[in-house]
Write a protein that binds this ligand. Structure first.
Ligand code: IPE
Ligand code: IPE
Ligand code: MG
Length: 231
């Protein structure tokens, strides 16, 4: 890795482009999701090797339920596989956190999520967050509901309190958001948390995303001048 690299504490990755990757090869979209799941597994290792403290993967948005049922079912089946991979990674000291509302997921997935979360809760290695049925707006609604359910008065509500009630509570601030696939939007990912993140949009499709792409994104991040409103 080149010198002068500033390694972000927390990277968010929008795993996009699986469908186009498959289409380019004349394969069904599901083949892209399968390949994308493999990339996810490798990417956790690249982040760990680089010294990243926390990485959040956007796996399924609150809007992705709009897709044809067959595709949603195939993606849900793949999550089972993601979670089996995650289970193996807990032995390598990775800590798993799930972001999003688990309610509409199958009982099997909910159970696996609980097992992986509990098995890795005390792990001290890289924190790997997986956003499933995650929406930034839903995250905020969920936080507001929890504040109101606790009868907290309006004058006690501040940014710190809202941050504590989000799915990302206790995680470091998001420093860098990487979106492969050429799209330049957040698509409802970490909208509160990414207020001061740097964005790197890349043309590579997620299944092709490799170590050199991560390094390129971090090199670009290192060149940015983060001012946080100062001078
Ligand atoms: C990302 O890839 C995976 C999910 C959103 C679940 P896409 O399936 O969105 O791939 P494209 O954008 O159609 O290429
Ligand atoms: C964002 O990708 C969601 C995930 C990668 C999980 P989408 O493919 O759903 O986003 P849009 O529809 O292009 O905005
Ligand atoms: Mg997409």
């Amino acid at each position: 890795m080149p010198e002068n690299l500033i390694v972000p504490r927390h990277i968010g990755i929008i795993m996009d482009g699986n469908g186009r990757w498959a289409k380019n090869r004349g394969l069904p979209r599901t083949a892209g999701h399968i390949q994308g799941a493999k990339t996810f597994k490798k990417c956790v290792g690249y982040c760990r090797d680089m010294g990243v403290e926390c990485v959040t993967f956007y796996a399924f948005s609150t809007e992705n339920w709009k897709r044809p049922k067959a595709e949603v079912d195939a993606i849900m089946k793949l999550f089972s596989q993601y979670l089996d991979d995650a289970m193996k990674m807990t032995e390598e000291d990775a800590k798993f956190v799930f972001l999003g509302d688990p309610e509409p997921l199958s009982d099997e997935l909910k159970k696996k999520i609980r097992i992986v979360t509990d098995a890795s809760a005390e792990n001290k290695g890289i924190v790997c967050c997986i956003a499933i049925n995650y929406g930034g707006r839903d995250d905020i609604v969920h936080a507001v509901r929890s504040i109101m359910n606790d009868n907290i008065s309006a004058d006690e509500v501040d940014e710190a309190l809202i941050s504590e009630r989000l799915y990302t509570k206790n995680l470091p601030e998001v420093d860098l958001i990487i979106r492969p696939s050429g799209e330049q939007r957040l698509s409802n990912f970490l909208i509160w948390q990414a207020a001061y993140a740097e964005y790197v949009f890349m043309d590579v499709l997620w299944p092709d995303f490799g170590k050199s792409d991560l390094e390129e994104a971090v090199a670009e991040y290192s060149r940015r001048n983060r001012r946080f409103g100062g001078i």
